[in-house]
Design a protein around this ligand. Sequence first.
Ligand code: F6P
Length: 469
Amino acid sequence: MSETSAMGRPIVIAANRLPVMRTDDGDWTPSPGGLVRALYPMLRETGGTWVGWTGNPDDDAEPFSVEGVDLHPVPVSAEEMSLYYEGFSNDALWPLYHDALRESTYDSEQWDAYRTVNDRFATALADIAPEGSVVWVHDYQLQLVPGLLRAARPDLTIGFFLHIPFPSVDLFTRLPWRDEIVKGLLGCDLVGFQRPRDAQNFVATVDQLLDVQVDDTTVTYDGRTVVAGEYPISIDVDEVEEIATGRATRQRTSQIRARLGDPEVIMLGVDRLDYTKGIGLRLRAFARLLEDGRLDPTRHVMVQVATPTREAVEHYQDERASIERLVGEINGRFSRIGLPVVHYLYQSLPYDELVALYRAGDVMLVTPFRDGMNLVAKEYAAAHIDGDGVLVLSEFAGAADELTDAVQVNPHDDRALEDAIVEAVEMHRHERRGRMAGLRDQIRKSDVQGWAGRFLAALDVASTTDTSS
Ligand code: F6P
């Protein structure tokens, strides 16, 4: 079964991962992660097709369907997992696209594997996609797919959405395979980004690298027009609110508060354990505030959930070691028997447990150095159906464009971060409620269903107004 797009054409989604993973007893269950949470509800509602990797190396799973969604696994071998996923995607592109916060590894063997896997995805899509259908490709792992697919299937409408930032020209041009990547993306009718700056960076990069004609956000390349634009992603607000309203969640929230010793203020961080997220930075700010007496370990506690991710990549191993050392130091210094001041979970928690934690969190700390969007910030606001709670948000998260009622901060500025935390902790109830109302209005205005609808409508326009072909 295929979902029907706004244009009445079937739609096929391609992303590195399928939206499901195997349980211990061999069944499939929706997998965690922002992208999945964003698109799966839409596909589940309407029925649709998703092409992706199961997440397990050498998995030769046959196509299957879950909850009305057709799933087409693309196999990735153990060696490719190391070269294409851990290597090129997460050790070359990921750091480069996040302000070069860590050194990228540029390795031609990894690049070859990236090309091979992208080619495999494009071949699968070319085989599966119905005549004249819409293919929506996602994220930095699959940037060559649009170009390869366009060559094989010129009848298709092709859209791409980049979930992470697109770097400045100066950073991007470090990439030895920069031309191939941008040519891959130019196989699209529409390339979507999180923020206007990302779209501008992309157009400026294409303009510098290739012989193209650029008119604001439209690029004419190879006799076709390609549009770039911003489509900030969001969350399934109704789903989060429904979980937050449930009796089980309310009970769990009270239980969490009690287990933490009923402190006055619970500060919360929820992130994949990634060096882009600024986890260490916020822990250090918390420690300095305790040290200076601006926060009090008997009244203020922090809960940090750090979801395991990309554990085979060295930068992630280093980051984990540094965060765990820091947690140990802070607890050693400021905790009391039975009452740690930082509660640290290196675990992937079920979504309903996360929502209960969001509700328990009086102050949410989202302090990435760079982040495409950051859906945790939006989930926190959606979960606060009580209308209370304060969000401290880095200016360098995509969400900062929309969530202007957060306490926004430059995470590189130690003092500003400390002041932002104290401001959030001491904020008067009236102001807290006013800001939370603003955050909740904003996310209600643009939830994930709206995001997908806007992207698909713009893709429709981009594909039908391609005057140059
Ligand atoms: O935000 C980028 C992204 O790749 C998402 O698509 C994904 O949900 C998340 O990071 C987790 O990444 P990984 O698939 O490497 O665990």
